[in-house]
Design a protein around this ligand. Structure first.
Ligand code: NAD
Length: 347
């Protein structure tokens, strides 16, 4: 029976993985600790490890896992920016869950938009304190306004559909525009600068890559409409956070909904409510009444957790049964030279 070490798990992960594992019967060890150079040796004696978004899969960790006989890293996430794909290549196969519920993330982005616009986070606290005044809660009609979506993959397309349903004009930017989909849905592809200049709401849905890192910075913020609402449910590194804070202080940015944060690995997914916050940037962000931070919860629906567990164990199964690894990822996957397209595996 193959043994899998699960890093960085929470009770909800265990609940859904235990159900999915009933038909696979893997010997699973769940631990709370994140994968790091310190914890990698805990995987000695296991065949595979399962990791999440804030686990450290840098070259030093890869070497430790490889030396200890790990054959497979099964990511239970879509994003893989925490993996050193060059270091892992030809040593350990890496599989992921490319899509588990794009609806979950798109709907959370919409929840942030609606909450920020209609100040639901403030109204909730007010009425509990018997404060029924409306001052400061003024929103705007979404109908007829323009939204900009950066990255029209699975999640971006669903959010575009939701926003069209609200009667918004939707502009989009993507490295690979999906022209047929745009024509069918009435979405308009534009250049990035035009999207920045025209959108009342901008939502980020592209992956974090060297090209997209800090794409929202002082320069791009300056191009945006005054009072724009910025939504990020993608990856924190897309935004230069200090530049965002400066723009919030100058009231250039009207509001920001952030489900991800550049330095989230220290705080997100953990209860640190009885500790002093040492991250001054996060602390500053949390002081703005027009900033809504959620702790990387956009994916967090029952449907998504069930899909993540089933796909992850399915990926592990495919590896050990020597089947094609449809969800494998390597640094060559984005080029035509990746052998997976013909041989079913990246190496
Ligand atoms: P996807 O791969 O389906 O779509 C990504 C889109 O971004 C593609 O259309 C791609 O062409 C485009 N893109 C790539 N580089 C670009 C660039 N430089 N400029 C503009 N567009 C570019 O991915 P998805 O499933 O829609 O997920 C999007 C992102 O959401 C993921 O990368 C992940 O980081 C994030 N995510 C977050 C959560 C969460 O819980 N907050 C959950 C799942 C995914």
């Amino acid at each position: 029976m193959k043994k899998i070490m699960f890093f960085d798990t929470k009770p909800y992960d265990r609940e859904f993985f235990n159900i999915a594992n009933e038909k696979h019967g893997y010997k699973i060890k769940y631990i709370n600790n994140r994968l790091s150079e310190d914890t990698a040796p805990l995987a000695i004696g296991y065949d595979a490890v399962c990791a999440f978004v804030n686990d450290d899969i840098s070259s030093a960790v890869v070497d430790l896992l490889y030396e200890n006989g790990i054959q497979l890293i099964a990511l239970r996430s879509a994003g893989y920016n925490n993996v050193d794909l060059k270091a892992v290549y030809k040593k350990i196969h890496v599989v992921r869950v490319p899509a588990y519920s794009p609806y979950a993330v798109a709907e959370h982005a919409m929840a942030l938009i609606l909450s920020l616009n209609r100040k639901i986070h403030k109204a909730y606290n007010r009425t509990r304190d018997s404060n029924f005044a409306l001052g400061g809660l003024l929103g705007f009609d979404l109908h007829g306004k323009t939204a900009g979506i950066i990255g029209t993959g699975r999640i971006g397309q669903i959010l575009a559909g939701i926003l069209r349903g609200f009667g918004m004009r939707v502009l989009a930017f993507d490295r690979f525009p999906k022209k047929e989909w745009a024509a069918e849905t009435g979405v308009e592809y534009t250049e990035l600068n035009e999207l920045y200049q025209q959108s009342a709401i901008i939502s980020l849905h592209c992956p974090l890559t060297p090209e997209t890192e800090h794409m929202v910075n002082a320069e791009s913020l300056a191009q945006m409409k005054d009072g724009v609402m910025l939504i990020n449910t993608s990856r924190g590194g897309l935004i230069q956070t200090q530049d965002l804070i400066d723009a919030l202080k100058r009231k250039k940015i009207g509001s920001a909904g952030l489900d991800v944060y550049e330095e989230e690995d220290e705080y997100f997914f953990e209860d640190r409510s009885d500790e002093v916050m040492t991250d001054d940037v996060l602390a500053r962000l949390l002081t703005f009444p027009n900033v809504l931070v959620t702790a990387h919860q956009a994916f967090f629906t029952k449907e998504a957790l069930a899909n993540i567990a089933e796909t992850t164990l399915g990926n592990i199964n495919a590896y050990f049964d020597e089947k094609n690894l449809d969800n494998e990822i390597c640094y060559r996957c984005s080029t035509d030279s990746c052998p997976r397209k013909t041989t079913g595996r990246c190496f």
